[in-house]
Ligand binder design. Structure first.
Ligand SMILES: [Zn+2]
Ligand SMILES: [Zn+2]
Length: 378
C-alpha cells in the first residue's frame, strides 16, 4: 500500500468522526468532492483476498469460508452490463419460496414439540432454535444474492464492489455476529410466552404488509434524521464509507446505529402492532416478519443487477410506484453522504414518496425490466 494511502487510511476515521468531510458540492450531488472520495477509498482499501491464504487473519478466513464476497480471486468475474441492458426479476413467488421455509420451519418444530410432548420450550431453547433459522437465512440470502450478482452483473457495473477492508475484518465480523446473535433476542423479551402454542393466523399476509410499512416508517425517520441532524451523522458515517456495498457490508455500521436497527426500530414497530387488535402479532408471526426483513436487507446491499422488491408489500405498493427495489438502497450508498436527501426506506419507498425524498432509478427502470426473465442460480 502506498504511504500516502496508509496515512490517509489511518486518519480517515478521525476525519469522518467530526462529520467535517464534505462541502456544498457534496451536499448537492452526493460525494463528488475529491477529498471525500479519496478518504473513502482509503478507508475501504482491501488487498487481503489476493494475498496467500497463510497470511490471512482468522476473521478473513472465516469471511472467506462464508463465501459471500463478490469477485473473490480465483472465481469467475461478474459480467459487466450496460446501464440500459435488460434486467431479470427475482419474482414475488421466488422470494416467498426463498424466505418462507426458513420462517416457518422453526415455528412448525416448536409447535410439534409442544403438541406431541406436552412440554413447553424454555426461552433459551427457543432462542437457539429461532436464532439458528435466522442465521441460516441470513447466510443463505447473502450467498444467493451474491450468486445472482456474479451471474447477472452488478449495478453500476464498471465500478468495483467494495470488499472487507484489510483492517476492518474483525470490526465487520463482530458487527455481523452482533446482528445475527442479538437481533432475535428482542422478540423473546417482548412477546415470547413459553406456555403459548405458537400460532399463525390467516391474517399473516396483512400483518406482513403492516409490519413492513410500520417498520419502514420508524426506520425512514431515524435514517433521515441521521443524515440531516449533524449530531447524529457521526453514528451513520461508517455505514456510508461503502459506496458500492455487498451484502456482508449491510452489517458495516457503528454500534449506536446497530442498536437502533436491532432494537429501537423493531420495538417501536411492535408497539404499533400491539394496538392493532386482531392484527397484532404473535411471537411466531413477528419472527416470520423479521425473516422477510433479512431477505430485503441482504438484497438491498448486494448490488445485484436484478429487479427485486419485497413480497410483503410489492403487490400493493408497486402500482402506486411506492415499492422498494434493490437498486434504491444501492443508489443511497453510491451517492449518499451527509445530505444526499433520499431513498431512506429499507422495506418500501412509501415514506420516501410521501415525504418527497424518492430518487429516480437508473438501471432497474420499467423499460429495462424483463418480467419474463426470472433469476436462477448459476
Ligand atoms: Zn444512509
Ligand atoms: Zn445501507
Amino acid at each position: 500500500m502506498p504511504d500516502g494511502i496508509t496515512s490517509s487510511l489511518a486518519s480517515a476515521p478521525e476525519q469522518h468522526s467530526t462529520g467535517e468531510i464534505g462541502n456544498k458540492d457534496d451536499a448537492e450531488n452526493g460525494s463528488n468532492d475529491a477529498s471525500v472520495r479519496n478518504a473513502q477509498k482509503a478507508f475501504m482499501y482491501t488487498s487481503w483476498p489476493s494475498k496467500p491464504r497463510s497470511e490471512w487473519t482468522r476473521a478473513q478466513r472465516f469471511i472467506a469460508f462464508l463465501d459471500v464476497l463478490p469477485n473473490f480471486p480465483g472465481k469467475k468475474a461478474a459480467p459487466i452490463k450496460k446501464k440500459d441492458d435488460p434486467v431479470p426479476v427475482w419474482t414475488f413467488w421466488q422470494q416467498h419460496a426463498h424466505t418462507l421455509p426458513w420462517a416457518v420451519a422453526p415455528v412448525l418444530m416448536h409447535w410439534s414439540y409442544m403438541k406431541f410432548t406436552g412440554a413447553t420450550l424454555h426461552p433459551i431453547a427457543a432462542y437457539v432454535l429461532y436464532t439458528a433459522a435466522y442465521n441460516g437465512l441470513s447466510v443463505w440470502s447473502t450467498q444467493k444474492v451474491n450468486k445472482f450478482a456474479m451471474k447477472y452483473g452488478f449495478l453500476d457495473g464498471n465500478a468495483p464492489r467494495d470488499g472487507v477492508p484489510d483492517d476492518k475484518d474483525w470490526h465487520i465480523l463482530s458487527e455481523v455476529l452482533k446482528v445475527v446473535l442479538l437481533r432475535p433476542l428482542i422478540g423473546l423479551f417482548l412477546i415470547y410466552d413459553r406456555n403459548e402454542l405458537p400460532s399463525v393466523t390467516w391474517l399473516v399476509p396483512v400483518k406482513l404488509f403492516l409490519w413492513s410499512i410500520t417498520l419502514d416508517f420508524w426506520f425512514y425517520w431515524y435514517h433521515r434524521a441521521m443524515h440531516e441532524v449533524p449530531a447524529l451523522w457521526k453514528y451513520h458515517k461508517t455505514h456510508h464509507m461503502t459506496k458500492h456495498p455487498s451484502s456482508l457490508l449491510s452489517a458495516f455500521a457503528d454500534t449506536e446505529q446497530e442498536i437502533f436497527d436491532a432494537y429501537i426500530v423493531p420495538f417501536l414497530t411492535y408497539l404499533v402492532m400491539l394496538n392493532l387488535g386482531p392484527l397484532s402479532v404473535t411471537y411466531a408471526e413477528a419472527f416470520i416478519c423479521i425473516q422477510y426483513v433479512i431477505t430485503a436487507e441482504s438484497g438491498g446491499h448486494s448490488g445485484a443487477r436484478i429487479y427485486a422488491s419485497s413480497p410483503c408489500n410489492s403487490i400493493i405498493l408497486r402500482p402506486l410506484g411506492m415499492e422498494l427495489d434493490l437498486e434504491d438502497h444501492d443508489l443511497h450508498h453510491r451517492h449518499g453522504w451527509k445530505h444526499y436527501g433520499g431513498n431512506y426506506g429499507k422495506q418500501t419507498r412509501l415514506w420516501d414518496v410521501i415525504f418527497g425524498t424518492s430518487k429516480p432509478r437508473i438501471e432497474t427502470v420499467d423499460k429495462n425490466i424483463d418480467w419474463s426473465w426470472k433469476v436462477s442460480l448459476p
